[in-house]
Ligand binder design. Structure first.
Ligand SMILES: C[S@@+](CC[C@H](N)C(=O)[O-])C[C@H]1O[C@@H](n2cnc3c(N)ncnc32)[C@H](O)[C@@H]1O
Length: 204
């Protein structure tokens, strides 16, 4: 997959500090709920898995971009990421206590995003959790941040931007999760209400 071929190397230097509060919150939630097996879906550069590893917490990731996976495999705390399509993963059903995906669903086509959510549900154990971080733009979002989100996504361009627009126009995460039997456990907002972190539980 050629996606992120040119941006993989600058992805963390550009975004790390802005997303660090979110990544830190994920680390604390994972510590609090003591998940034993963790999957990061569309793990990108593996930054979240590396932060977890720093704290002695192991997890695995999947991504389709060779360039992102290359970055994931570098550094002191190399992330354990495999080249797999998140919409049809090779893991068996109910393999993980926690499946998470951060900043990935908004850039996929509605069909792929839904397939990824369904795959996350399939590989998560009964009573296990699903954690999703993505944009949520509402009347509570600061207009400045809303504009920033549109600018960032516009720069990402092409299909990425078209998918982002469809995601927002269709109603974002609530629409994507409609019909799934997940119960909300926790919800946090970041960046002036432009980003949401949802922790959801699958039926036991
Ligand atoms: C915006 S990045 C997010 C990366 C990371 N989760 C983060 O928080 O920074 C989206 C990632 O989704 C990956 N991706 C796109 N389609 C995919 C698919 N079908 N299966 C697995 N990964 C995919 C891209 O390669 C990219 O690394």
């Amino acid at each position: 997959m050629q996606e992120y071929h040119y941006t993989a190397r600058i992805y963390d230097p550009l975004l790390s500090s802005a997303v660090r509060p979110i990544r830190n919150r994920i680390v604390s939630l994972i510590k609090r709920y003591k998940y034993r097996s963790i999957l990061d879906v569309c793990c990108g550069t593996g930054e979240q898995l590396k932060l977890l590893k720093e704290q002695g917490i192991e997890g695995v990731g999947v991504d389709l971009s060779e360039a992102m996976l290359k970055v994931a495999g570098r550094g002191k705390h190399k992330a354990d990421c495999l080249n797999q399509d998140a919409s049809q993963m090779e893991y068996g059903k109910e393999t993980f206590d926690l499946a998470m995906t951060t900043f990935a669903l908004h850039e996929k086509s509605p069909e792929t995003a839904r397939a990824i959510v369904e795959e996350m549900l399939r590989v998560t154990a009964k009573g296990g959790d699903i954690l999703i971080v993505d944009y949520e733009l509402s009347e509570k979002t600061s207009p400045l941040y809303k504009m920033l989100v549109y600018i960032i996504e516009r720069i990402a361009g092409g299909e990425h931007y078209r998918n982002f627009r469809s995601y927002i126009d269709a109603g974002g995460l609530p629409a994507l999760l409609k019909g799934t039997s997940l119960t909300e456990v926790k919800r946090y907002y970041f960046a002036r209400h432009s980003i949401v972190l949802l922790l959801l539980r699958k039926e036991a």
